[in-house]
Design a binder for this molecule. Structure first.
Ligand code: SF4
Length: 187
């Protein structure tokens, strides 16, 4: 049975992703490495959600809590804010490929391919490039086809659902309107 290392960003995005891969007869191991989630309390909520989903599907998860380093993440994004998502994907996927190769996995993939909110083509291209010359291949699927089902299941299961992508920039964008209205600032 082929072994897949699945980078998991959160619980809701993992549901249809794991379900689809398991239905293909693949052996899945999760990998939780997300220094882009701020603040720490939010990281803990998403961590718990990811583990809850992994538990339901009976898969193991390699945790990299010891590498949760938002300061390092911000240093990497410094002066690259406009293109930060690309670098954010790259940081997490590079780590997944590194662990995937060390662990002799056949494939590496990511739940980021599930989200309609992410830059899907950038993620796909990064995965293809990172797999070049390495032992672990990139497993590409367009998991967005299961978007609705994933949302419904996460609600049914009561899995924590985040309100913004992850970093403080995205949190600021998410609440910008409310901030301006509350503070009486011009739109
Ligand atoms: S918006 Fe999301 S993908 Fe983009 S940099 Fe922030 S956490 Fe990463």
């Amino acid at each position: 049975m082929a072994r897949v290392l699945l980078h998991m960003c959160c619980g809701p995005c993992s549901i249809t992703t794991i379900k689809e891969l398991q239905s293909e007869g693949l052996e899945i191991t999760g990998f939780f490495y997300n220094p882009n989630i701020h603040p720490t309390k939010e990281y803990l909520r998403r961590r718990e959600g990811a583990l809850e989903v992994a538990n339901r599907f009976d898969i193991k998860v390699i945790m990299r809590d010891q590498e949760y380093d938002p300061q390092k993440w911000f240093r990497t994004m410094c002066y690259r804010e406009e293109n930060r998502c690309f670098h954010c994907y790259a940081m997490r996927m590079e780590r997944a490929f590194s662990i995937g190769r060390k662990g002799n996995f056949d494939y590496v993939t990511t739940t980021l391919l599930y989200s309609r909110m992410q830059k899907h083509e950038d993620i796909k291209k990064l995965g293809e490039d990172m797999a070049q010359g390495g032992s672990a291949k990139f497993l590409y699927r367009d998991f967005r086809t299961g978007w609705k089902e994933g949302i419904e299941t996460s609600k049914d299961w009561g899995v924590y659902r985040q309100q913004y992508c992850g970093c403080l920039y995205s949190e600021g964008d998410r609440y910008a309107k409310e901030f301006k209205e509350t503070c009486g600032l011009k739109k």
